[in-house]
Design a protein around this ligand. Structure first.
Ligand SMILES: Cc1cc2nc3c(=O)[nH]c(=O)nc-3n(C[C@H](O)[C@H](O)[C@H](O)COP(=O)(O)O)c2cc1C
Length: 170
C-alpha cells in the first residue's frame, strides 16, 4: 500500500498547526527518526526541528503539536539531557498540547525503549498523547509509514480539540 494513503485530509480551516520535533541522540538513530517524523508532519504545516540541548525556551508554550524523541540509557532510563525537558513539559500545564512520543532502543537490553515508555506515561497524563513509536536501532524505510500514521493521528487529535474549543466559545 502506498504511504500517501495514510495522510489525513485536513479540515478546511485557514489555521495550520504550529509543529515541532525535539529529540536527543548520541549515535544518530533517534536523529534519523526525528527527521522521518518531521517529514511526515510537514504534510500538515511548517515543522521546526531541534535537539533538546538547543531548543528555544518558549517553544513548549508556542506549538500545537510536539513530537518528542529519545534514546534509552542505563537499564531503561531517559538520558540525562532529556530530564530537564521532561520536567518542563510536566510543569507546563498544557493538556491541549498534542504530543507524539518516539525513540530508538535495542532489544539486546531487557527494557526495550524504556525511555520512550517513561515519556509516554508522562505525556499521556500532562498532554494529549496521540501516538507512540519505538524503533530498533537505525530507522528503516518502512518506519516512514509508521511516522506517517503517527502524524495523521496527531492531526486528528488536534482537529478534534480545535472543534471542541470552537464549540465552547461559540
Ligand atoms: C550503555 C547503554 C545502555 C543502553 N540501555 C538500553 C536500554 O535499557 N534499553 C534499550 O532499548 N536500549 C538501550 N540502549 C541502546 C540505545 O538506546 C540505542 O542504541 C539507541 O538507538 C541509541 O540512540 P541514538 O543513536 O539516537 O543515540 C543502550 C545503549 C547503551 C550504550
Amino acid at each position: 500500500m502506498h504511504m500517501r494513503k495514510y495522510h489525513r485530509k485536513m479540515a478546511s480551516t485557514n489555521y495550520k498547526p504550529r509543529i515541532a520535533v525535539i529529540y536527543i541522540s548520541v549515535s544518530g538513530h533517534t536523529a534519523q527518526l526525528a527527521l522521518q517524523m518531521a517529514g511526515a508532519l510537514e504534510h500538515y504545516g511548517r515543522v521546526e526541528i531541534h535537539e533538546v540541548c538547543s531548543m528555544p525556551v518558549a517553544l513548549l508554550r508556542e506549538v500545537d503539536i510536539l513530537a518528542v524523541g529519545t534514546y534509552t540509557w542505563d537499564s531503561g532510563e531517559l538520558p540525562k539531557g532529556m530530564e530537564e525537558v521532561y520536567e518542563d513539559i510536566e510543569q507546563l500545564g498544557r493538556k491541549e498540547l498534542v504530543t507524539i512520543a518516539f525513540g530508538t532502543g535495542d532489544r539486546f537490553y531487557p527494557n526495550f525503549c524504556g525511555g520512550v515508555d517513561l515519556l509516554r506515561d508522562m505525556l499521556y497524563v500532562q498532554t494529549t498523547l496521540a501516538a507512540v513509536l519505538k524503533v530498533e536501532l537505525a530507522p528503516q524505510p518502512k518506519d516512514k509509514e509508521r511516522c506517517t500514521l503517527a502524524a495523521a493521528r496527531a492531526i486528528e487529535k488536534w482537529e478534534h480539540l480545535l472543534k471542541k474549543n470552537n464549540c465552547a466559545h461559540a
